[in-house]
Design a protein around this ligand. Structure first.
Ligand SMILES: *Cc1c(COP(=O)(O)O)cnc(C)c1O
Length: 479
């Protein structure tokens, strides 16, 4: 008989959350310009905006916070974190940064010259923005299956080696400073790379003297999928798979706000002595001295403990297991989601959910707004708004993936929260024809999805499901 699993922890402290009335949510959404990023968190019931910096720390991590050595230079916590990095990632140098984008900034500034091309397996917003800020141009080399939400490919994060090789041939290796290899590719739906593909991509690059830098923000989740899905890894520990992944790269940027189970932090890791020197130099300007990188000593200590917890197989089992639970429930309700289930959340395919809303009218943004209105569950758009505009033509980019992301914070919510979320989305799905698109009325120049504002295309159009419902209930109950 198949047996259930359960979380490898019990709850010691709770944070109350508040249900809201429909009228309150309508007011809040209007004030936020229909952008879930602009909602106040106190107006949110279940917050699935992001898994970034939203993890619950363990009692050991909180205890570690008390061991903060807040010396300006050479804090003991830096050396503890360095030990954890050596042990679990294996890279030689650690340059802490305030969060992931700090590391991306340093790496891009050091390695990219104007006119360079940086291949990557699908873009990530901040990664691409920093590559462009440094004068480079991102070039997508992910396999085609990654752009197909219905493909069941087990490693949709994989690099298409033919695409990479053609790019090297066309552009010349000298114009390609490094391959930006993201693990558990966020924008593809948290989809992993196989070890075989990581190895082959790295061999191809190194043959042409092109470096390989991992976006290892979710490398530990990727290691779990390798254990689950790749031949020869079932009996290996997540920790040993992580170490093997890292042997194929020259270094990595990491946002500690994801895998590492802390609320803030990041790092640049590298085996390259020269690059490390330069990063430490630049880091003083942009982040802080190289032994704290914009973080307090206590933050460094919490990361060191968090890494050791994150590589535990039973932690990863529960983490990914909870995401799979929500995905399976949504699938059973007939909701179109990206397949197979990814690492950090469930991604609803807004094109198939709202086939009557053209992509120019931001269906994923509209659906995220509607979900909030229905139940106070906060999700995020990952589609045309996030993709931004083409740097040359200024045209809106229309990505094939038009998704709403339900990101699951680590160790934060229970199965019942997942049930409430699923029921809300299922009830919206039943009435999806009533949902209209949005018009962008305020567009920031950079990373516009964070602060853009929208208006419904028809008067109160997107409010019409809600306006039929009695006020007062936080969560819909269609039956
Ligand atoms: C979150 C994230 C980043 C950026 O990290 P921040 O800590 O938010 O600056 C970079 N890459 C990936 C894949 C991420 O998920």
């Amino acid at each position: 008989m198949r047996r259930c699993w359960a979380e490898p922890f019990k709850i010691k402290m709770v944070e109350p959350i508040r249900t809201t009335s429909l009228a309150e949510r309508q007011r809040a959404l209007g004030a936020a310009g229909f952008n879930t990023f602009l909602l106040r968190s106190e107006d949110v019931y279940i917050d699935l905006l992001t898994d970034s910096g939203t993890s619950a720390m363990s009692d050991r991590q909180w205890a570690a916070m008390m061991l903060g050595d807040e010396a300006y230079a050479g804090s003991a916590n830096y050396y503890h974190l360095e030990q954890a990095v050596h042990r679990f990632y294996g890279f030689k140098h650690l340059i802490p940064t305030h969060q992931g984008r700090g590391a991306e900034h340093l790496l891009s500034r050091i390695l990219i010259k104007p006119g360079d091309i940086v291949p990557g397996n699908m873009y990530f917003t901040t990664t691409k923005a920093h590559q462009e800020l440094a004068g480079g141009r991102f070039h997508d080399v992910i396999i085609d299956e990654a752009h197909d939400p219905e493909s069941e490919h087990p490693f949709k994060g994989n690099v298409d080696l033919d695409k990479l090789e053609s790019l090297i041939r066309a552009a010349g290796a000298s114009r390609i400073p490094y391959l930006s290899l993201e693990l558990n590719v966020n924008m593809a739906g948290g989809q992993p790379c196989s070890m075989e593909n990581i190895r082959a991509s790295s061999e191809l690059c190194h043959r042409h003297d092109i470096k390989v830098y991992l976006d290892a923000t979710r490398a530990i989740e990727n290691a779990w999928f390798i254990k689950q899905r790749e031949r020869g890894y079932a009996d290996r520990s997540v920790a040993s798979i992580l170490l093997e992944i890292c042997t194929h790269a020259d270094g990595a940027t990491i946002s500690s706000k994801k895998d590492h189970l802390v609320n803030i932090g990041g790092m640049l890791l590298t085996n390259d002595d020269e690059l490390a020197d330069e990063a430490r130099n630049l880091g003083v300007l942009f982040e802080g001295l190289h032994t704290y990188g914009g973080l307090a000593g206590r933050d460094l200590e919490a990361i060191a403990v968090g890494i050791a917890e994150a590589v535990q197989d039973d932690h990863m089992h529960a983490r990914i297991g909870q995401v799979e639970y929500l995905a399976d429930r949504l699938l059973a309700a007939g909701i179109p989601i990206v397949r197979p289930t990814g690492g950090h959340g469930v991604f609803i395919d807004a094109r198939r959910f709202l086939p009557h809303v053209p992509q120019q009218q931001f269906p994923a943004q509209a659906l995220a707004a509607e979900i909030y209105l229905d139940s106070g569950v906060r999700s995020m758009e990952r589609g045309a708004v996030s993709a931004g505009r083409h740097p040359d033509t200024g045209e809106n980019i229309m990505p094939r993936l038009e998704l709403v992301r339900l990101a699951i914070p680590r160790r934060v919510y229970t199965q019942a929260h997942m049930d409430v979320t699923c029921e809300s989305i299922a009830s919206i799905y039943d009435e999806r024809r009533r949902i209209h698109g949005l018009r962008m009325v305020c567009e920031p120049k950079r990373l516009r999805f964070f602060q853009a504002r929208f208006e419904p295309l028809r008067d109160a159009g997107s409010l019409c499901i809600a306006s039929r419902r009695p006020d007062g209930a936080a969560s819909s109950n269609p039956s």
